[in-house]
Design a binder for this molecule. Sequence first.
Ligand code: DSN
Length: 448
Amino acid sequence: MTMLHEHDNELATLISQEQERQKLQLQLIPSENYVSKNVLEAVGSVVMNKYSEGQPRKRYYQGNDNIDGIELLAKKRALELYGLDPEEWDVNVQAVTGSVANLAVLSALLEPGDRILSMYLYDGGHLSHGWQLPDGKKVSFSSRIFDVSYYQVDKQSERFDYNEIERIAQEVKPKLIISGGTAYPPEIDYERMAHIAHEVGAYYLSDIAHEAGLVAAGVNAAPFPYADVVTMTTRKTLRGPVGAMIFSRREDNQSYHSREGFNDRINRAVFPGLQGGPMNHSIAGIAACLKEASTNEFRSYAKQVVSNAIFLASELDGYGFHIVSGGTEKHLILIDLQNKNTRGRNFAIALEEANIITNANTHPNEQGSPFYPSGLRLGTPAVTSRGMKEPEMEKIASWINTIGGIVNGMPLKLGEFSKELEKEKTTLHQIAHEVAQMTANFPVPGID
Ligand code: DSN
């Protein structure tokens, strides 16, 4: 950063401040993590100067030998990491984000107007799976193109009732079923989801954006034996850069459209369908993170991510927080705050004041809205990357409980809430100080 400080101090200062924030605070947003110096170096490299529309060895512009090498390396490492036979599976590493990856799959396999069945957003689904508001307003682009139906979790257990999902699939007869999302803490039964999809002649798309690293490490089950297509982002539990991967079978056994492989259609949907030149620097970063994810060190890390989340959930449960789905089998925890007389945003604001970063989230029995929900989402990937374990989770749970006690019963309206919170600043800043003392003992990968 020395160069940037010299030539553009205004920008360099903001970046430095963000670096300090990431070191100082507890990053508990489950989709966030810290990339290594290797990944940072690859992403900040000159490969971003090159245009490379097309596929490796089949580019539209000259001068792509090295870019081909990087993309082929990323693809090879991706297939190896998930134990996939390159004769059977292909992987596209060009989609810029998970949402674009999902849109590419939908546009490759379906016709406009075709029906999708996906998880309801409030229960933990994702925007790119075709979200429209209960009043019919189509929020995501995929919901404007396709006809979307939803399945939800059982309101009591807050877990999937697969018989009910099967019943809905048979009723709505989708052309494609999606599993996965952003806030479903139990593992998903991929075999059952594939069975439900294939029984009604639908494709099965498994989106494992959140679990990618846990699946790579063998800590969570893999959808590959069952799914037709698997999408993931590379930045969450996989601990890579912003980017996405689309794994698809070379053969389309459903023959809904044609005998052409999924992969050819998907590659074309990414480019030229949705994107121009790929982000070669992200692809280089993906290659770097995939090498790291194949190590024993990463496998131990992923195991600890889940142990930490299970422990943190159980501590919070002990403090009387309503842990959605009764716990977690992954890296994330969802809390329904209705018994704590507060909203997710209010709680998250108070936690931030104490250097604890979380996000407000909807939950299956939500009465609020996605911007002002009554849930809170937490996760352990980033704090585990710093080396934190159960003793730190115990401390974090206790801070969250203290702050939960402070916000309980405060006015919900944000203006009034902020005024009330002002009166509690001494306690919150004392916790912020304790958090800073703890984080100072845990180096940040990629920074320290
Ligand atoms: N923003 C991601 C998450 O936090 O889960 C989903 O795209």
